[in-house]
Design a binder for this molecule. Structure first.
Ligand code: 5GP
Length: 189
């Protein structure tokens, strides 16, 4: 199951709570960005060098990968195959470029786009972090707009959830997770 949405929309909060309340597995992405305070290697991300990341690309170790704000991010393929084989739901929180690649390889996956209540509210949330200079916020806002348009254009994201109420958004994701996909019911029958 793929969850995407622009920066600042609250997808990490939703994801953490969904993982806590369900038995879903979490796909730990590899990234070349530096850890933020509190982030744990192997739990939040696998923090790797650019050299190692490029090796992972060359050796087909990634289901998808993308360059986001100048850093590489990618989904290790092996845990995803394991989850599919064992019939478990694996949550991938990735950007839309990555979501489109997963859609090309696994069109039967579930794709959810998390949206802000409005673009004005998203700008407020991005600014509200208070940690970044205005030009970084402008850049993130422009990327957020592009990301929403790209998600709508790529055709993968059949589920769209507006995060105006965190609890409702969490419950909507869990409800989607519990909805059998075509083929799944037959396989379980
Ligand atoms: P952050 O650096 O804030 O943790 O993540 C930045 C962006 O990278 C977010 O939009 C996040 O969803 C995306 N991202 C995280 N992991 C992956 C991944 O494995 N693949 C792709 N394509 N995007 C990712």
């Amino acid at each position: 199951m793929v969850i995407s949405g622009p920066s600042g929309v609250g997808k990490s909060c939703i994801r953490q709570e969904v993982l806590r309340r369900t038995g879903a597995l979490w796909s730990v992405s590899a990234t070349t960005r530096s850890p933020r305070p509190g982030e744990v290697d192997g739990k939040d991300y696998r923090f790797v060098t650019r050299e190692r990341f490029e090796q992972m690309i060359a050796q087909d170790e990634l289901l998808e990968w993308a360059d986001v704000f100048g850093n590489y991010y990618g989904t290790p393929i092996e845990p995803v195959w394991q989850a599919i084989k064992s019939g478990q739901t694996m949550l991938m929180e990735i950007d839309v470029q990555g979501g489109a690649q997963v859609y090309a390889k696994l069109p039967g996956e579930t794709f959810i786009l998390i949206l802000p209540p409005s673009m004005d509210e998203l700008r407020r949330r991005l600014a509200g972090r208070g940690t970044e200079p205005p030009e970084v916020i402008d850049r993130r806002f422009a990327k957020a707009q592009q990301e929403i348009l790209a998600a709508q254009a790529c055709g993968a994201y059949t589920y769209r959830i507006v995060n105006d109420d965190l609890e409702r958004a969490i419950q909507q994701v869990i409800a989607i997770m519990n909805t059998p996909r075509p083929g799944q019911a037959a396989a379980g029958a």
